[in-house]
Write a protein that binds this ligand. Structure first.
Ligand SMILES: *Cc1c(COP(=O)(O)O)cnc(C)c1O
Length: 474
């Protein structure tokens, strides 16, 4: 064995203690750490892009990394990072994630590890948490992008099956064009259309209900009527990123009875609202969708990267047809909900279920519901405060946990865009709170998405103080 490997083997507990001490010091200062380190701290320093011929051992490497680069890491896991939709990691989820790397299981049905059984049990618990039926099968993937991709791949296979075509075997050309209908599809779904060979142009934009980002079911029916035999999937949103709009799923289900289409629900973060009794009704109908996406690294607060893809059991054989890693000349691999190797693009798989399983064990339904309720209450508070603060205006009512706002001077002019960008730059430099840019109805605005388990009322006050201070400067 190489002497450095031998040395590190002999001092393994010390190495792990050093990593633990480093982690603890990071987490202790997380609330004060900048939510956006300066660009100068985001560059790799000289020599660190060159391969060393000889190493320095784990402890020196850890020290080297931390001394040089701790300042380049944002407080994205902290209580005032409201940019994009960014969760943190609860203590139980974080500790479990360390163990995942330690035990290093390949989460497949290889009959040599408990990992797939725990994944199955975690999926079962999540269905109870979210009020989803047993008929849904769930699989961990790396993010909602991948969950949307997998869902649409199964939809593609189903659309072929309806017409006697096996797309997985014959290719998409045998099926021809597919129509994809959505009002406010997330950009990741559009990316998935490209990856699936369906093409970004397959997306047909459906009109929204007045003043919302939600599908107008009557407009959807018009499109369905116009060409009823075209293979069609409908991408519904359960929580859009700008205004957290929920499509009227019962209305879409009624249309599905009349016009055969695949109904996919992107509930990347909005789905987690179902953990709270108060907000669960927003998701009514999702239990009957053909497929569902839920992110775990957003509102479930497990470390990156983790999400779930759900498929109705009756479609599971189609999922295996698409994702089987097996000779097509032999029988299909067993169609079972824990045969994970044959259910998603991945072959070797991280034991992603454990952090979610541990968080559910540690905090239970009421612990996770409390995070949802608190984030929503704080988003509403932030929205009210911004409404009452000269210089700001809301671009939309606060539907749930996202505040979509703008400077009060905002119109659709290039000058307004410039001013918004200048404001966000000041806000990032201050580093107290991170909001990210968006536009709604052509107006340049900003979003604050609250999904972190640590956020409290004092964070809203600190955030507002920084927003006001930066507003005074533009
Ligand atoms: C974040 C998000 C996605 C993409 O999720 P990733 O986990 O970043 O891949 C898809 N849809 C919605 C609604 C989202 O909020």
């Amino acid at each position: 064995m190489h002497p450095l490997l031998q040395h590190d083997l002999d001092t393994l507990p010390e190495i792990l203690r050093q990593a633990c001490d480093t982690a603890v010091s990071f987490l202790e200062t997380l609330p004060e750490r900048s939510t956006c380190p300066p660009a100068s701290a985001q560059n790799v320093q000289d020599e660190d892009d060159r391969l060393p011929e000889s190493g320095i051992g784990a402890q020196a490497a850890l020290t080297h990394f931390w001394n040089r680069y701790a300042s380049g890491m944002s407080a994205s896991a902290g209580p005032r990072y409201f940019g994009f939709v960014t969760g943190g990691g609860t203590p139980a989820a974080l500790a479990a994630d360390w163990l995942v790397s330690t035990v290093d299981q390949n989460a497949q049905l290889n009959f040599d590890t408990i990992a797939p059984a725990i994944e199955l049990a975690t999926v079962a618990q999540l269905k109870q948490l979210f009020g989803l039926p047993e008929s849904l099968c769930g699989t961990f993937v790396s993010g909602a992008t991948m969950a949307n991709f997998v869902s649409m791949a199964i939809a593609r296979q189903w659309l072929g099956e309806q017409r006697g075509i096996d797309v997985a075997q014959q290719g998409l050309a045998a099926l021809g064009p597919v129509r994809v209908l959505s009002a406010s599809a997330h950009s990741s779904s559009v990316k998935a259309l490209s990856m699936l060979g369906l093409g970004r142009d397959a997306l047909v934009s459906v009109a929204t209900l007045p003043g919302t980002e939600a599908i107008d079911p009557a407009a959807l029916e018009q499109i369905l009527l116009s060409a009823p035999s075209v293979p069609t999937m409908v991408l519904a949103s359960a929580g859009t990123v700008n205004t957290v709009a929920f499509d009227d799923l019962p209305a879409l289900l009624k249309l599905r009875e009349k016009y055969d289409f695949w109904l996919h629900v992107d509930a990347a973060f909005g789905g987690v609202a179902a953990a709270s009794k108060r907000y669960a009704p927003l998701l009514a109908g999702w239990e009957q969708a053909d497929s569902v996406t839920i992110d775990a690294h957003k509102w479930l607060n497990v470390p990156y990267d983790s999400a779930l893809q759900f498929t109705q059991q009756k479609h599971l054989a189609l999922q295996v047809q698409v994702f089987q890693n097996h000779s097509p000349y032999l029988a299909l691999p067993a169609v079972r909900p824990d045969n994970y190797l044959h259910l998603t693009p991945e072959n070797s798989r991280r034991f992603r279920a454990l952090p979610v399983w541990m968080a559910l064990k540690a905090y239970g339904r009421d612990g996770l519901a409390e995070v949802v309720d608190r984030n929503v209450a704080l988003a509403r508070l932030l929205g009210e405060q911004l409404t009452n603060t000269p210089g700001f205006t809301l671009l939309a009512p606060v539907n749930l946990n996202v505040v979509c706002f703008a400077l009060d001077t905002t119109d659709s002019s290039p000058r307004a865009l410039e001013q918004r960008n200048q404001f966000l730059k000041l806000l990032d430099n201050a580093g107290v709170v991170r909001c990210t840019a968006t536009s709604l109805n052509g107006k340049p605005g900003m979003r604050a998405a609250l999904v972190n388990w640590m956020t409290r009322e004092s964070d809203i006050r600190l955030a507002l103080d920084s927003l006001k201070a930066c507003r005074a400067e533009v």
